[in-house]
Design a protein. Structure first.
Length: 245
């Protein structure tokens, strides 16, 4: 239990996790643990449960994770964070313009959080395991980590320091709706996310920009399948370092 909390804190602080020992059974144990957590949470999940779900012996689980259940839980957090950032990197790396990047990142992160069965069980039945790391300083560290990861992808369209600020805005929006879902705003829906980005995020970004004669394509993400993207010209979002309104 303490190891899980400690791992969350380390990840929120942005420090790299310790190198994991290589084992053909490692991912198998982690995925089995996720299944157990989605059913019973952390307090009722034992090493025996994990071994049974993974189709391995208890001794094998301990060979892979000598620290037992706490070490397994820590590895689950490490792995799930790595999976999330890997998916985000793939989505953001393929974006052709700023709207694509913001909408794609918001939809990807929101969808993964919505569909994460283990996380949902913990939020509902063991909120202290999750919500304690989403408040005050812990929340700031978590948002900072997400922003630092995302910012380089956005820096194709703005200065790095401003890209980090925009990335933090987007992360705050995703986290807010994940913790307190809205019946009117579904950020897993491309159309909804596009409207939010175009109505609130882009105007805010452009208000802080220094306009130039150049233009960039920020055509809305959700165009009709097979249809052409409509021309969309706006002042280039070009933030010189240290520039502030």
């Amino acid at each position: 239990m303490h190891a899980l909390g400690g791992t969350l804190s380390v990840l929120a602080g942005g420090a790299p996790a310790a190198a994991a020992p290589r084992s053909p059974h490692r991912v198998r144990v982690i995925d089995a643990t996720l299944t157990c957590l989605a059913r019973h949470g952390t307090t009722k999940t034992t090493v025996d449960d994990i071994a049974r779900q993974a189709g391995l012996s208890r001794a094998t689980v301990y060979r892979v994770f000598p620290g037992g259940r706490d070490e397994v839980l820590g590895a689950v957090v490490d792995t799930e964070m790595a999976r999330l950032f890997s998916a985000l990197g793939h989505r953001l790396g393929g974006a052709g313009h700023l709207t694509d990047a913001l909408v794609g990142g918001i939809v990807e992160a929101s969808t993964r959080l919505r569909d994460h069965a283990a996380l949902h069980f913990l939020v509902e039945h063991e909120p202290e395991m999750v919500l304690g790391h989403l408040a005050f300083d812990e929340s700031n560290r978590l948002l900072g980590t997400a922003a630092r990861f995302t910012a380089p992808f956005l820096a194709r369209w703005m200065a790095p320091d401003e890209a980090e600020r925009v990335a933090e805005w987007a992360a705050r929006i995703v986290l807010s709706y994940a913790v307190a879902p809205s019946t009117r705003t579904d950020l897993t829906d491309v159309g909804t996310a596009t409207r939010l980005v175009e109505t609130y995020l882009l105007p805010g970004i452009e208000a802080l920009a220094v306009p130039t004669q150049a233009t960039i394509d920020i055509t809305p993400f959700g165009t009709a399948p097979g249809g052409p993207r409509r021309p969309h010209t706006r002042p280039r979002i070009d933030y010189p370092r240290g520039a502030r309104p």
